[in-house]
Design a protein around this ligand. Structure first.
Ligand SMILES: Nc1ncnc2c1ncn2[C@@H]1O[C@H](COP(=O)(O)OP(=O)(O)O)[C@@H](O)[C@H]1O
Ligand SMILES: [Mg+2]
Length: 237
């Protein structure tokens, strides 16, 4: 059974795309076929991160408007031969969530990950699928995370989780913004799915669209979140 997860950034730069690309990679390592769909019209990033930007002919907009067959807008990533990308349109392509949902139903992957902005058509989609909000432990990101959560709830989204991204323990405690992580979790108000540490090497690899060689804490954290998305019951810490 295919599992669709919508990933929404609490605020720009919180790492929604990083998390989507990283989880795609981690699920593929679990030998699950994955399609990552970039929904951020006009500001593609997944194609770049997963190394297919120079191959694009058709994109999500073409697939949704039937300008091409769905499979023509799908590209194999450089990271794995079971990790695929459907790039975002360069122009905004307004389309009803139902058209999108119907397209998803025709696709045969173990997992579909959707990279979205909070003000896109994410809410229309995440009503049907699991939603993951990416947030950082800064007050502004936490407030935005809570706003996104409230919007999701208003739109009757089910199964909403969040991931703390780009976490740095020393800076978290030195900053004094929060006493502990429980305070962050309470203020965002959703269930925590995992914590991804800051990892500049992985960020650089994504920015070069090059495979990651290191086995860092962030890669390990992404592996654990992917296992949870894959239905394996493993503890958070
Ligand atoms: N855990 C992390 N460690 C280091 N850099 C990160 C991490 N998460 C995101 N980044 C970097 O931060 C920048 C913004 O991330 P991005 O995923 O594009 O944010 P968003 O999609 O939420 O706007 C990118 O350069 C990305 O590589
Ligand atoms: Mg993004």
């Amino acid at each position: 059974m295919k599992k669709v997860t919508v990933i929404i950034s609490a605020k720009g730069g919180a790492g929604g795309s990083f998390l989507t690309a990283g989880l795609g990679m981690a699920l593929a390592k679990r030998e699950k076929s994955v399609l990552v769909i970039d929904c951020v019209s006009g500001m593609r990033s997944i194609d770049f991160m997963l190394g297919i930007s120079d191959k694009i002919v058709f994109d999500l907009g073409d697939a949704l408007t039937r300008n091409c067959n769905t499979e023509n807008a799908v590209y194999q990533s450089v990271f794995s031969d079971i990790l695929y990308v459907m790039p975002a349109p360069q122009e905004n392509t307004p389309v009803s969530p139902d058209v999108f949902k119907n397209m998803l139903e025709t696709l045969g992957y173990d997992h579909i990950l959707i990279d979205c902005h909070a003000n896109d058509f994410a809410y229309g989609l995440s009503r049907h699928f699991q939603t993951v909000i990416a947030a950082e432990t800064e007050p502004l990101s936490v407030r935005c995370g809570n706003r996104v959560l409230l919007e999701c709830k208003k739109n009757r989204c089910r199964d909403i989780r969040f991931v703390i991204n780009r976490f740095n323990e020393k800076e978290f405690f030195d900053s004094g913004f929060f006493n502990d992580l429980d305070e962050v979790i309470d203020q965002i108000g959703a269930r925590l799915l995992g914590i991804v540490p800051r990892d500049n090497e992985l960020s650089f690899a994504f920015q070069k669209g090059q495979p990651v060689k290191n086995k860092s804490k962030a890669v390990f954290a992404l592996d654990r979140i992917a296992a949870r998305l894959d239905g394996i019951d493993i503890p958070l810490f």
